[in-house]
Write a protein that binds this ligand. Structure first.
Ligand code: DDH
Length: 278
């Protein structure tokens, strides 16, 4: 993969050695945090930094690291991601002359997926931090309460993703959990929230899902253990014929899920790099 500046190239060389290990070591640096891994929240940070992209006018995306500015960090969709940004700050301090925030946040997600047992993700450097707040309008990151398939299709379509890529990307919800003090939703999607696997799809198909009875926002819980959750947007994957086709394929073939996830996540993280100066 090419790199557009010698600085980023230098970081890549560093990263192959000490930098990679340092970043990986951060993941389990706090046994009291969640299920004792920062991996999931790093995967989410990389995703939210990238998921503002609009293919039609080439705005948004990971290039620029606009989530440094309060306009974007205060969006309700980004609640809780300060934890991930703070965690990465020592790496930025150490390698800051060769490493932008936007490259760091995206490689944090790559390391998170890989360290938690997921596929190797092709990562490329070259993102440049903007020095002014060029945040796009709020509302581009998906709203979890939307259960209609067309909503998710439109949001991912704006980013340039098709149905197959949308379903593959959602498999990241095998990792981590919802926090009532962040999004308002509560609980994990799988019993092994620090292992990257196709369990999101197998649970979606194999469990019976009821609307959870509680005071919080509408979410689903599994009938058998009541310990797992699905968001309304997650449930939409079982109610659309084309989405369900891919859910079934990934539930039955973890290798294909890994390959398709790796391709879509890599492309999502890189969408705004080559195409736009910041
Ligand atoms: Fe997600 N996600 N996500 N998500 N996400 C949440 C947590 C995590 C949506 C909503 C939520 C992706 C797509 C969607 C991860 C990765 C990815 C939470 C809970 C909500 C809500 C936040 C909290 O309370 O802490 C919605 C809606 C969508 C959608 O597209 C329709 C994608 C594509 C990814 C990805 O990485 C490719 C991860 C990982 C987490 C767990 C975070 C954690 O702290 O644990």
């Amino acid at each position: 993969e090419g790199s557009s500046s010698s600085g980023a190239g230098k970081f890549l060389a560093l990263f192959a050695g000490a930098g990679a290990a340092e970043l990986a070591n951060l993941l389990d640096s706090n046994p009291d945090y969640d299920d004792s891994s920062y991996g999931p929240v790093l995967v989410r940070l990389a995703w939210h930094a990238s998921g503002t992209y609009a293919k039609t006018d080439n705005t948004g995306g990971s290039n620029g690291a606009t989530m440094r500015f309060p306009t974007e960090s205060k969006w309700s969709a980004n609640a809780g991601l300060q934890v991930a940004r703070d965690l990465l700050e020592p790496i930025k301090k150490k390698y800051g002359d060769v490493l932008s925030y936007s490259d760091l946040w995206s490689i944090g997600g790559v390391v998170g997926v890989q360290e938690l047992g997921g596929p190797t993700i092709k990562w490329r450097s070259g993102r440049i931090d903007t020095h002014k707040d060029r945040t796009v309008e709020d509302g581009r990151l998906p709203d979890a309460s939307r259960e209609d398939a067309q909503y998710s299709r439109d949001v991912f379509g704006r980013m340039g993703f098709n149905d197959q890529e949308l379903v593959a990307l959602l498999g990241a919800h095998a990792l981590g959990r919802c926090h009532s003090d962040r999004s308002g939703f509560e609980g994990p999607w799988t019993h092994s929230s620090t292992t990257f696997s196709n369990a999101f799809y197998t649970h979606l198909l194999d469990e019976k899902w009821d609307v959870k009875k509680w005071k919080g926002p509408k979410q689903y819980e599994d009938k058998a253990t009541k310990s797992l959750m699905m968001l309304p947007t997650d449930m939409s994957l079982t109610r659309d014929k084309e989405f369900k086709k891919w859910v079934t394929i990934y539930a039955n073939d973890e290798e294909k899920f890994f390959a398709d996830f790796a391709a879509a996540y890599a492309s999502g993280l890189a969408q705004s790099i080559t195409t736009r100066a910041v």
